[in-house]
Design a protein around this ligand. Structure first.
Ligand code: GLN
Length: 201
C-alpha cells in the first residue's frame, strides 16, 4: 500500500520529520509513490493516513492551529498521529498553560518544560517497551512529561519525572525527538501499526 503522510508545518521541526518518515519508508521498501508532505490547511489532511505533529513551541503551534482552522479537522482526523515534544503537549486533554488549547486526543495531563532549567537539554538511552534491538537514543529538548493517563493509554517508557513515551489507539506521543538522528524504528513501528507495511518483496 502506498503511504500518504502529512507533517503539520506551522512551526517547529518540520523538515526533520519529513526526512525521518522518508527514511523510514525507504527502509520499509516503499517507492516514490509513497509521499510525505506538509500540512498547513484542512484540505492537506484529506488524503493523509498519518500525521506528525512536531516539536517546536506548543503555545505558538496551538495558536496557529486555531488561526488556520485546523483545530476541528485534526480532532476528527481518522488516521494515526505521531506527536513529539510540543506535539505531545498538544495531544493532551489537560495542559496547565492557558496559552495552549489542547486537542484532547489522548487522555493525559502534560507538564510543559518539566525537566527545569538545568536539564533543558539532555540525551538518554531508553529501553522502550516492545522495541526490538538496542536501547533507543533519545534527545530531550525542553521536554514535557505526562503526569497522568487514562486507562486506555499504554505507557512505553517512564522516567522519575513522569511518562515520556506512550501510545493510545492509533496515536503515539514522545516527549523526546525520534526525528533527530537516523534511528527510524519508532516511525516504522507506528506505520506498521497503521497497516502501512513495507513493499519489500
Ligand atoms: N517546551 C516546548 C513546549 O512546550 C517543547 C519543546 C520542544 O518541542 N522541543 O512548547
Amino acid at each position: 500500500m502506498d503511504a500518504k503522510i502529512g507533517v503539520l508545518a506551522l512551526q517547529g521541526n518540520v523538515s526533520e520529520h519529513i526526512d525521518a518518515f522518508l527514511l523510514a519508508l525507504e527502509r520499509m521498501g516503499h517507492g516514490p509513490s509513497s509521499e510525505v508532505f506538509e500540512v498547513r490547511s484542512p484540505v492537506d489532511l484529506v488524503d493523509c493516513q498519518a500525521l506528525a505533529i512536531p516539536g517546536g513551541e506548543s503555545t505558538t503551534i496551538s495558536r496557529l492551529i486555531d488561526k488556520n482552522g485546523l483545530y476541528e479537522p485534526i480532532r476528527s482526523f481518522n488516521g494515526g498521529i505521531f506527536a513529539t515534544c510540543a506535539g505531545m503537549v498538544l495531544m493532551a486533554t489537560t495542559v496547565e498553560d492557558p496559552r495552549v488549547h489542547p486537542l484532547g486526543l489522548i487522555d493525559m495531563a502534560v507538564d510543559r518544560n518539566a525537566f527545569g532549567r538545568q536539564r533543558e537539554s539532555f540525551e538518554a538511552d531508553l529501553v522502550i517497551e516492545g522495541l526490538q534491538g538496542n536501547p533507543f537514543h533519545a534527545v530531550f529538548i525542553r521536554a514535557p512529561v505526562v503526569t497522568s493517563v487514562g486507562k486506555d493509554v499504554r505507557v512505553l517508557f517512564r522516567v522519575e519525572q513522569g511518562i515520556v513515551a506512550l501510545e493510545h489507539g492509533k496515536h503515539v506521543a514522545f516527549s523526546f525527538h525520534p526525528e533527530l538522528g537516523n534511528d527510524t524504528r519508532l516511525h516504522e513501528r507506528f506505520l506498521h501499526k497503521l497497516g502501512i507495511t513495507g513493499q519489500r518483496k
